[in-house]
Ligand binder design. Sequence first.
Ligand code: FES
Length: 580
Amino acid sequence: MNFNKEEIHMKKSTSYGDAGFSNFIKMAFQRHLGYDEQDFNKPIIGIANTYSEINRCHSHVQPMVQAIKHGIIMAGGIPLEFPTISVGEMFTSPTTMLYRNLVAMDTEEMITAQPIDGVVLIGGCDKMAPAQLMGAASANKPAILFTGGPMDNGEYNGKTLGACSDCRFFWQEYQGGTVDEKEINEINEQLAPTAGHCMVMGSASTIASCAEALGMMLPGAAAAPATVNERLRLAKETGKAIVHLVEKDIRPSDIMTEKAFDNAVRTLMAIGGSTNAVIHLIAIARRLGINLTLDRFDELSKTTPFLANLRPAGEYQMKEFYYAGGVPVVLKELSPLLHLDERTVTGETLKDNLASTWRNPTYDHVIRPYEAPLYEEGGIAVLKGNLSPNGSVIKPKAIVNERFLKHKGKAVVFTSLEDMEKRVNDPDLEVDENSVLVLQNAGPVGAPGMPEAGMIPIPKKLLKEGVRDMVRLSDCRMSGTAFGTVILHVAPEAAVGGPIGLIRDGDWIELDVANRKLALLVSDEVLAERKNAWHAPETAPENKRGYKWLYRRHVLQADEGCDFDFALPEGKETMELTTA
Ligand code: FES
């Protein structure tokens, strides 16, 4: 063996300033792994495995990882599994969003540093797939996403249950006194009945669906439940596909083009997906130097029919979506609006992938035909005005009380998460059903990490009077499984001096979704006075050091994707935002 031979595979390895020695030592350790000369020129495929017992949405993925490995070997590659950070929604404090960028950095650096030719990313819970796609975009080695799939439906008393729309719905009813202690405990037992991630069209399923539309997942891979055999077959096919991507040298930048992002945004609108996907898609696009803006989301929303009847905006869940044909059927229906020549991880175009897809009319109640949509417009609207000059978002079809689509109400302001928790159920709180609940200082810098607190709890005393929706407004996010008249991602946020921080109790706020308007009805003079008197909120000591310090210093605003400024491609750190 000539250790100085250039063509030896995996030649990029630890540098000792002596290429021959580097190859010599590397081969010793390849043998240590059980490989020999005949393997040295095969494609090496990394599997970024996010299996974790704490991230329970990923705790079932090991058999799928084995199936991916089988696929890689069948296609002539060598699989090498490695761990990356794994964060799950339920057990990560204060919020997974604080760590999305850390996962993205971990993923990018491991893909870049390790001698792999391509990578399979194991996603699932809300922030994992976006982070992995951000990392893969920057690393730009051939990559493919695979998720553990959604849970099967829960059931209580003959009614289908879905995590976590029903976690929220029944908790609200419990607080309002219509569900008793025994019932809420029985419901709790059935909310997460099988392996998998949340089974409504929440953030996890939304991102998986958008990734499929982007071309980064195999057709059908987003919707197949964690519990069906097809997921193992899809895992095996994913293993084969990544080897072919490496052989053809098809990279994330070849797949995730500007047009592919349009396809993903239209899909988001047609499935009534999570508002979180807006932030994530912007972040992934910007990693590739693509300036995806809130204006583009609104433009595409206005011209995309709402097709999928899925909770929390509709009636059904991922299991029914899967049997209705899942994302491929949505894409087929949206075909007249899509860029069909975009390349995907199959190595083929979207058009090729959809050639044999057809909509089964039996499931028209789950996925509507293009010509007879649920609604004429897509599921997310972008609002602007003096209150959110850089934009904010709302899910009009998740509004419970439609009269709030156009509303004027007086502000009831909470200055922080802690303030909200302390006072929202205070019997003396001056609030009625027409009030606008405002939460300040819960944005990317303020919280920090922009938690999912945007579905501000309706005060208990109003719940008991039968109130089930109110206008709520914040600079944070809400879970993709949440619902109500909830205005989110107000930018710029309060903690960096945004107008949302200037709202005071009793100010009038106007919302007009049809006209995309969100206004604080206070004169410019008064706002200027308040701005002069404004000072940034105190920073807690634990946020002044380490990762949280880095995060607060470098995180971008919601309309910019909440990525780190230094993670964007050189020269793209200050992209001109059409939303500004
Ligand atoms: Fe992981 Fe909902 S908790 S997807």
